[in-house]
Design a protein around this ligand. Structure first.
Ligand code: UDX
Length: 461
């Protein structure tokens, strides 16, 4: 099948590469020309397991191509995916300007029947706005005497589909190749049925052993994505609050986690307390759903609390540091292990490390940080955060390895649970730190580490 992907960010690039891997013919467009140039050379702009090899393989096979010509891109696909960004605007709502611009481009350039698939996360009702934007351009073309647009409008020129993506950074390729569900929202009527048949065929290679495709209406598909992320964010904030209470009452939250996770209605996944959720999805989607609710005159009180608890949780480790060292951290050096919002990615968007490091520096502390892959992204993100406090930035240093970061530090803060930190020699760590003090924001270690002479503070343990 000929498929176009507009937008080559996380979702667009992974979608395109995996669809090419399944044998489809992909053409991708992005407004960022330098990105297109890099991708055409086989250089992915994101750190994602398995992606570079798959990208190279499909480029070489000619199944995956990148273009700077939007008209060419739109012509190519029988199916056109919109996978552009939907960043939050000043009110917390999803900013749809890029989505609507992509829709307009489709309307400007299409010459034949298309299935237009909304892939990026968008509020309920957006598919209808995309449909109106495409139609608006077709009508403008007809008024100018464009015969192709005129005859397209005499029939049904395209179908709208809402097909949200559920991939997780770090396992995005795997998630796409082996989805637990494929949500496809279509319109009622023959155009919707035709589009559903097309999407079934498109996803057939990923949908073999059992049918994982869930067909529903457009609005339900859009809502499903927000509902999923809101539910998962709720689990995390709920566990974080329980962890904080567990600490007060002298209970180990990890034992409780195992105890409740064994109930299949609860399950083990996504119950890990920590420094709060970050990344490009949960914080943004929680805010956007609250905005949608407010626009419809309803409060989502649980979700409001989820966001508030998460903001507070990002500071929980800093509070422990201040309890130990007092409010003034001048003259203290802190080693930080892990910067990305979670392991196996270099993504620094809404990473709790940004709040923690910012707070330590603001109190006069010096920070030496290490991350296996996110150092460059972190350098940029923190420089942005502290653009108006350059004197603080001067107290932030990056190390080339974890032990170098720990060397001579007054304490170690673990902010991301990279696997590599688990296998380091604890005796070497103890000898390297100025004092054997660990603030573990991800419960990477067991409290038994205390028997090895470490002063160990974790989350809910
Ligand atoms: C998430 C959703 O999982 C995915 O379905 C959606 O498409 C995009 O958003 P992602 O942002 O890649 O994916 O990260 P995820 O692995 O879900 O973790 C999100 C955050 O929650 C991270 O900051 C992580 O550290 C935190 N988390 C996760 C916890 O604090 N505890 C947990 O038990 C699980």
């Amino acid at each position: 099948m000929n498929i176009t992907v507009l937008g080559t960010g996380y979702v667009g690039l992974v979608t395109a590469t995996c669809l090419a891997e399944a044998g489809h013919r992909l053409l991708c467009f992005d407004v960022d020309r330098s990105k297109i140039e890099r991708l055409a050379q086989g250089e992915p702009c994101i750190h994602e397991k398995g992606l570079p090899e798959m990208l190279a393989r499909n480029l070489a096979a000619g199944r995956l191509r990148f273009t700077q010509d939007e008209a060419e891109a739109v012509h190519h696909g029988d199916v056109v995916f919109i996978a552009v960004g939907t960043p939050p605007d000043a009110t917390g709502a999803a900013d749809l300007q890029y989505v609507l611009a992509a829709a307009q481009a489709i309307g400007q350039h299409m010459r034949s029947w298309k299935v237009v698939v909304q892939k990026s996360t968008v509020p309920v009702g957006t598919a209808q706005r995309v449909r109106a934007a495409v139609l608006g351009q077709l009508e403008a073309r007809r008024e100018k005497g464009d015969a192709a647009a005129g005859s397209a409008l005499d029939h049904v020129p395209f179908a709208m589909v809402a097909n949200p993506e559920f991939l997780k950074e770090g396992t995005a390729v795997d998630d796409f190749m082996r989805p637990d569900r494929i949500v496809v929202g279509v319109e009622e009527g023959p155009a919707g049925e035709r589009a559903l048949a097309t999407l079934r065929e498109l996803y057939a290679p990923f949908n073999r052993q059992r049918d994982r495709l869930l067909a529903m209406d457009l609005r339900a598909a859009e809502f499903t994505k927000y509902a999923a992320n809101a539910m998962l964010a709720t689990r995390i904030s709920f566990m974080n609050e329980l962890a904080n209470l567990a600490e007060r009452v002298g209970v180990d939250i990890e034992q409780v986690r195992r105890g409740i996770g064994a109930d299949p209605r609860i399950g083990h996944a996504f119950l890990y307390p920590g420094l709060g959720y970050g990344g490009s999805c949960f914080p943004k989607d929680v805010r956007a759903l609250l905005r949608t609710a407010a626009d419809h005159g309803q409060r989502l009180r649980i979700l409001e609390a989820v966001g508030d608890v998460n903001e507070a949780q990002k500071q929980i480790l800093v509070a422990k540091v201040l309890q130990r060292f007092g409010p003034d951290l001048t003259g203290r050096t802190f080693a930080v292990w892990g910067l990305s919002f979670k392991p196996n990615t270099d993504d620094m968007r809404e990473a709790p490390s940004r709040c923690v490091i910012g707070a330590l520096l603001a109190r006069g502390g010096r920070v030496v940080a290490y991350d296996p892959v996110a150092t460059e992204q972190a350098r940029r993100a923190l420089a942005e955060d502290m653009a108006d406090r350059p004197e603080l930035l001067a107290q932030l240093h990056f190390a080339d390895d974890p032990m170098q970061a720990a060397s001579g530090a007054d304490a170690l803060l673990v902010l991301t649970e990279w696997r590599v930190f688990r296998s380091l020699s604890l005796s070497a760590l103890k000898a390297t730190l100025r004092q054997p003090l660990i603030f573990d924001g991800r419960n990477l270690y067991e409290p038994s580490i205390r028997s090895e002479g470490f002063d160990y503070l974790a989350i809910g343990r």
